[in-house]
Write a protein that binds this ligand. Structure first.
Ligand SMILES: [Zn+2]
Length: 140
């Protein structure tokens, strides 16, 4: 005859074997793991946000692969690289403005005043056309 282990009712209300409720222990472990994961995500988010604070132009909302490219190009320009190196072109609407393509979909707009330059914005192809496209009046 098989000897059955006695089940006890724990203070939490669960029934089981042993001295502690395995179900509650398991739940506590899972809750702990979830809290740690949430804390990690929060930290990553803070670091992610901090990167944007460092950017010369606002790059929030860009797809990740464009973001990476944008940061590389901006860094290079900042280090003195010529915009033509990145296929940058003077814009017809204003010769001080240069557009640098990141891909078919995004453009960086840089403003040159003599040797000084400032990064203006990163625009999607669509927004670029709306703002600087054909049939637009001169800007800047
Ligand atoms: Zn329990």
């Amino acid at each position: 005859m098989v000897q059955r282990k006695r089940k006890t009712t724990f203070p939490c209300g669960h029934r089981g074997q042993g001295r502690e409720c395995q179900r509650c222990l398991q739940e506590a472990r899972e809750a702990q793991a979830q809290a740690e994961a949430a804390a990690n995500r929060l930290q990553e988010k803070d670091e992610w946000e901090a990167c944007f604070e460092m950017d010369i132009v606002d790059l929030r909302g860009l797809p990740k692969h464009i973001l990476k490219k944008a940061r590389q190009v901006i860094q290079s320009l900042d280090n003195g690289q010529d915009y033509r190196f990145f296929k940058g072109k003077q814009m017809r609407v204003n010769s001080q403005l240069v557009r640098i393509p990141f891909s078919n979909d995004y453009r960086l707009i840089v403003k040159y005043s003599g040797r000084e330059f400032s990064m203006l914005e990163v625009l999607s192809h669509e927004d670029y056309n709306k703002k600087y496209g054909k049939n637009q009046r001169r800007v800047g």
